[in-house]
Design a protein around this ligand. Structure first.
Ligand SMILES: [Fe+2]
Length: 245
């Protein structure tokens, strides 16, 4: 079996925990995809199950149980691979205020992965990020390249960074950007080092596979090795340290 590399990539966003959202359907699928990730050089994986309808009634105890089973299996099969738990919070003012127990930050780090709808306005995204910050979290904006308002005016990424919000981008969008607007936006993010962390957002072995190596190679070539290392590996250290700090 391929063992993961200690200094490998960190995937900060994926849906590979079995049967907790629209990601891996069962344990077999999850294990297959973790094998793909390990073979690709990924050594740290954050499971980020959706916090949005229709999974809002799913108790966290089920997710935690699935996570601990996966961790146990992984310790045997891929001893060099480290697993962490977080969530992907589809911003909802009512959940943030009235049901905060539904939200999980990244490994107790106080950093919350937050997603929006592709057509949400820039004003809504800014306002929502500020609400999340006021609730006591730091924000990691999920797949920033998938929001129309950002693609319309790529310079808006600078405003996001000024707010103290970190930016996550998806590897498959780096490899296969969906159109000119996304390509232009990603170029600006990379050129100005505005993207902070990369993730696969993997759901299954066909769509958005848990692979980072190809995207890393593109970023390294387009920018420089130091930034590529930060984006794909070391910037995520703060999430991995989590509760220890
Ligand atoms: Fe996701």
């Amino acid at each position: 079996m391929t063992k993961s590399n200690e200094s490998g990539f960190t995937d900060v966003h994926c849906h590979l925990l079995p049967a907790v959202d629209d990601g891996a359907a069962d344990g077999g699928s999850a294990r297959e995809q973790i094998g793909i990730a390990a073979a690709d050089g990924i050594s740290r994986i954050f499971f980020t199950p959706h916090v949005r309808s229709p999974w809002l009634r799913r108790p966290w105890s089920e997710v935690e149980e699935a996570f601990s089973q996966m961790r146990e299996w992984c310790a045997e099969a891929y001893p060099g691979l480290k697993l962490y738990l977080g969530s992907e919070f589809a911003f909802s003012e009512s959940i943030l205020r009235e049901e905060p127990e539904k939200i999980r930050d990244m490994n107790g780090s106080g950093i919350l992965l937050v997603e929006f709808k592709p057509r949400d306005s820039f004003e809504r995204i800014v306002n929502a990020c500020q609400q999340v910050q006021m609730a006591g979290y730091d924000v990691l904006l999920a797949h920033a390249e998938r929001y129309d308002c950002m693609l319309e005016k790529p310079e808006r990424a600078r405003r996001i960074a000024e707010l103290g919000v970190s930016i996550q981008i998806n590897c498959d969008d780096i490899v296969r950007p969906a159109g000119f607007g996304m390509k232009r936006f990603l170029k600006l993010l990379l050129k100005e080092h505005l993207a902070d962390m990369a993730g696969t957002d993997a759901h299954d072995a066909k769509h958005r596979r848990p692979e980072m190596k190809k995207a890393y190679g593109i970023v390294k070539k387009y920018t420089d090795e130091e930034y590529a290392e930060q984006l794909f590996k070391t910037n995520a250290d703060i999430l991995c340290k989590g509760k220890e700090d």
